[in-house]
Design a protein. Structure first.
Length: 253
């Protein structure tokens, strides 16, 4: 697994134009200095229309932490200490959220690295190593995702030159037996393109959910991550631009 270079994508979370440029160019922005839940919701408000989630609190933030109660409610291994394979958030939905914002509130004493996978790198990998598999997985109803089996392509051209990726790697993936070989080629490409980074307290990643996969390694202790999901606001809200301008004025004073 490769190491993820946090600094390459780092921007000021209070500068909406910088964040927007990073998302458009790379599909990802890394940030630091998010000290609490209010900071997260304020920074996110400039870029996303927040979606509610079954496991979220009243502020729409989901606390991703070990929680036996949520595990018992079939909320998934995200609320355990186990590793989570890279995936698209909301694969079983007809329209997954466009954006995902993850912030580290409390790192684990050991383990708990964030895993990131660039979907375009996976597609280019397959285009080179196995274009036949790429063609199979790009069919309109190539794969069924989730309990209801929402069928969708893994790779889809949503606008000219813009390719999205929908992926998960568990027993809720449904394929025709004849297409299993293509899925195994995809799994290998995802594994080759995995990057990892240990987020420190206050650091986070804002990703285009249809361009980047996310996951984590297993961990010990009481790791706590904040998660927000939502859909893109473009252009950014002017309120956060005003906050950024005010902060810059204070720095210059």
């Amino acid at each position: 697994m490769l190491d993820f270079d946090f600094e390459v994508f780092r921007v000021d979370p209070w500068d909406p134009s910088a964040v927007t440029t990073a998302l458009r160019t790379h599909g990802i922005a890394t940030v630091e200095g998010i000290v609490d839940r209010d900071d997260l919701t304020t920074a996110a408000a400039a870029h996303m229309r927040t979606r509610t989630h079954r496991d979220a609190e009243l502020d729409s933030i989901t606390d991703i932490r070990p929680d036996t109660r949520l595990q018992a409610q079939a909320a998934g291994i995200g609320f355990s200490r186990e590793g989570v394979a890279p995936h698209t958030e909301g694969t079983s939905l007809p329209r997954p959220p466009q954006l995902l914002f993850l912030v580290c509130a409390r790192p684990a004493p050991r383990g708990g690295e964030t895993i990131l996978v660039n979907g375009d790198a996976v597609r280019r990998d397959l285009a080179t190593t196995d274009p036949g598999a790429l063609a199979v997985l790009s069919r309109p109803e190539a794969v069924g995702f989730g309990i209801a089996g929402q069928r969708a392509p893994v790779f889809e051209e949503t606008t000219p030159g813009s390719i999205t990726l929908r992926y998960r790697d568990d027993d809720l993936v449904h394929l025709e037996p004849a297409d299993r070989w293509a899925w195994e080629r995809l799994r290998a490409a995802v594994a080759r393109r995995q990057q990892r980074y240990m987020l420190r307290q206050g650091q986070g990643v804002l990703v285009d959910n249809m361009r980047w996969l996310h996951g984590r390694t297993g961990f010990n202790g009481e790791r706590l991550m904040y998660r927000l999901i939502g859909d893109r606001l473009d252009p950014p809200e002017s309120a956060l631009q005003a906050i950024h301008t005010a902060r810059q004025s204070v720095k210059r004073a």
